[in-house]
Design a protein around this ligand. Structure first.
Ligand code: ADP
Ligand code: TRP
Length: 324
């Protein structure tokens, strides 16, 4: 049997999951379980750049374990863990930071945006891409499934890995991003990128009622029912199309163009299409979430498997740079 390629990705425990996370990252990433050797983790060190409340961080972490369980992560066959359970991530981050040119970090979007908005820029935010590079490189990852907004971080990771290899000889696997171009960036209810920071999300795990309410809030233009409409520029359709079967998509697109369809109608159809896909996940999520013993057991097992790989790669790196 040929060895499977390793895919790795992380998600920050920094708030409630939304349909942008689901379509852009969770769904495509979890589908890779049948073809890849999967490592997925909860990026709690990364969350510290913004989450300032320990109790809240804990709850967010449980949310994510329950989410991965509900969405079908196979914890036995693959590796699912919490970043801070594997201290090698920070050890490698330090070594990598010593070969990372400052200019590379100054060009990073997240840092530039925070600075432009005069938000708090802490060193953690500035060094974020180096820790992310360590997350990826410490497992010899081949592919990293993420949404398009993470593309630059992957480019930085590749730069750092190549630089390390140039200085010390072939040591680190240079990973490739895996971005669903079909999905790219899902709009939120206001048409901007769906993001917890914009408060414009359609929740992944909420009650049916909350989901319906959020769908009804999606902003549209003010065309009357009779007027022909353009599905390609409509925020509702941009979400509908990811949940509807091909035939429904074509039929509704035609109804847009013909006129005679009101936005209330397509919103109802969108709600139903989303609900059809996620109702089962929601039910499982609310079963897992209160069972903290089970959630802890998942994390403990995952930590052990992850550490076994990370310690091997770290040993290789220490050898190359002359530590120990
Ligand atoms: P947020 O913007 O809500 O803070 P995160 O930055 O935590 O979301 O993103 C977690 C994962 O979900 C990343 O892989 C990211 O690329 C993906 N993602 C987030 N928002 C979207 C979106 N609107 N469309 C597609 N993918 C997204
Ligand atoms: N930066 C990613 C995000 O904001 C989260 C993340 C941290 C990550 N480390 C990673 C993603 C390693 C992929 C690989 O969504």
């Amino acid at each position: 049997m040929t060895a499977r390629r390793r895919t790795l990705s992380g998600i920050k425990p920094s708030g409630k999951l939304h349909l942008g996370n689901y379509l852009g990252m969770l769904k495509p990433a979890l589908e890779l379980q049948s073809t890849h050797d999967v490592f997925y983790f909860i990026a709690d060190y990364h969350a510290l750049t913004t989450v300032r409340n320990g109790a809240e961080l804990h709850e967010n972490i449980y949310d994510l374990v329950a989410a991965f369980a509900a969405l079908g992560m196979d914890f036995e066959a693959h590796t699912f863990f919490r970043q801070s359970d594997v201290p090698e991530h920070v050890e490698l981050a330090w070594v990598l930071s010593c070969v990372t040119p400052i200019g590379l970090l100054e060009r990073a979007h997240a840092y530039k945006d925070a600075k432009a908005k005069q938000e708090e820029v802490n060193h953690g935010l500035y060094a974020y891409p180096v820790l992310m590079a360590a997350d990826i490189l410490i497992y010899d990852s081949h592919e990293v499934p993420v949404g398009r907004d993470q593309k630059q971080h992957l480019e930085i990771t590749r730069d750092i890995a190549q630089r390390f290899n140039h200085l010390y000889g072939e040591t680190l696997v240079v990973p490739e991003p895996r971005i669903e171009e079909e999905v790219a960036t899902i709009p939120g209810v206001d048409g901007r990128k769906m993001s917890k920071s914009y408060n414009n999300v359609l929740p992944l795990f909420s009650t049916e009622k909350e989901l319906r309410k959020a769908v009804m809030r999606i902003v549209t233009d003010s065309k009357t029912v009779d007027e022909p409409k353009d599905p390609d520029t409509c925020n509702v359709f941009q979400i509908f199309r990811h949940f509807a079967p091909e035939a429904d998509r074509a039929a509704w697109a035609q109804r847009y163009r013909e006129g005679g369809m009101g936005y209330g109608e397509i919103k109802q159809a969108t709600f139903e299409a989303i609900d059809r896909e996620i109702a089962g996940f929601r039910e499982r999520y609310f079963q897992y979430r209160p069972d903290l013993t089970r959630l802890h057991a998942i994390l403990d097992d995952g930590a052990e498997k992850a550490r076994a790989v990370a310690s091997g790669v770290m040993e290789r790196v220490r050898g190359k740079v002359g530590l120990r």
